[in-house]
Design a protein around this ligand. Structure first.
Ligand code: FPP
Length: 251
């Protein structure tokens, strides 16, 4: 069964989870952080190459200041608390997004976690914080335009690879699978460029209730999909057969 290299998760539904239990929304984020820890450890132990978590979107800044402040504090607390877990599981931590507009204490925690885990060789864990797909593409476009202006690049040489290599995700493969919890079926300005050929898995479970078993089920569903990348089913089958033949011949 095909395994994804990169799984990205839109962790949605913390607020509704808490409100349906007559708690304030923040309780949902605390439970959401617990669910995130479970999935991070599980994914690393399943030998996944990359796991992206959409922890805070650029648009989330528009939430009530109290919720934003508490979310930032939770992020800092979790990063310090879970560095040990990252080390034990050989996970390398990365943060993407507009880091420069994050509160100073978040920037420090993010940098420290990136530094502490930089020699880890296992799963790459990518936290998208203050991330916006549009901003990612705009910033990449600006960098490419600067290179054209400086004469380092010709406009006719701009292609998929050039754009991709200037995105915040340049170091990672595109997500094969994007999971969104809570029943909402939209991409909410997450990986817009990168999701060109991602498979989507929308599940009704609210994020704090999302389990390792739900994650495995999403991967199982992914494994059954035929990814054609614009080609026909016959072409894909032929390519797989040719590859198998090549493997047999090379042994
Ligand atoms: C979406 O739920 C979730 C967020 C905006 C934040 C995600 C944050 C966490 C899971 C907690 C912190 C995570 C870590 C890993 C430290 P929502 O608030 O939009 O829920 P709603 O749609 O029900 O209102």
């Amino acid at each position: 069964m095909a395994q994804p290299r990169h799984v990205a998760v839109i962790m949605d539904g913390n607020g509704r989870w808490a409100q349906s239990r007559r708690h304030n929304r923040f309780w949902g984020h605390i439970r959401g952080a617990k669910a995130a820890k479970t999935i991070i450890e599980h994914a690393a132990q399943s030998n996944l190459e990359c796991l992206s978590l959409f922890a805070f979107s650029k648009e989330n800044w528009a939430r009530p200041a109290q919720e934003v402040n508490l979310l930032m504090k939770l992020l800092v607390k979790q990063l310090y608390k879970e560095t040990k877990t990252l080390m034990q599981n050989n996970i390398r931590f990365y943060c993407i997004g507009e880091k420069e507009i994050l509160p100073q204490e978040v920037q420090v925690a993010v940098n420290k976690t990136e530094m502490a885990t930089r020699a880890n060789t296992g799963m790459k864990l990518i936290f998208a914080i203050s991330y916006s797909g549009h901003t990612d593409i705009i910033n990449a476009t600006k960098k490419v335009a600067e290179k054209v202006k400086a004469g380092e690049l010709q406009p006719q040489d701009i292609n998929d690879e050039v754009i991709a290599s200037h995105l915040m995700t340049a170091a990672f493969p595109d997500p094969d699978l994007i999971i969104r919890t809570s029943g909402e079926e939209r991409v909410s300005n997450f990986y817009l460029w990168q999701a060109a050929y991602s498979e989507f898995c929308f599940i009704n479970t609210l994020w704090p209730d999302f389990t390792a078993n739900d994650f495995d089920q999403a991967l199982e569903k992914f494994g059954k999909k035929e990814r054609r990348f614009g080609q026909t089913s016959e072409q894909i089958v032929k390519t797989i057969q040719t590859d198998k033949h090549r493997i047999v011949l090379n042994h």
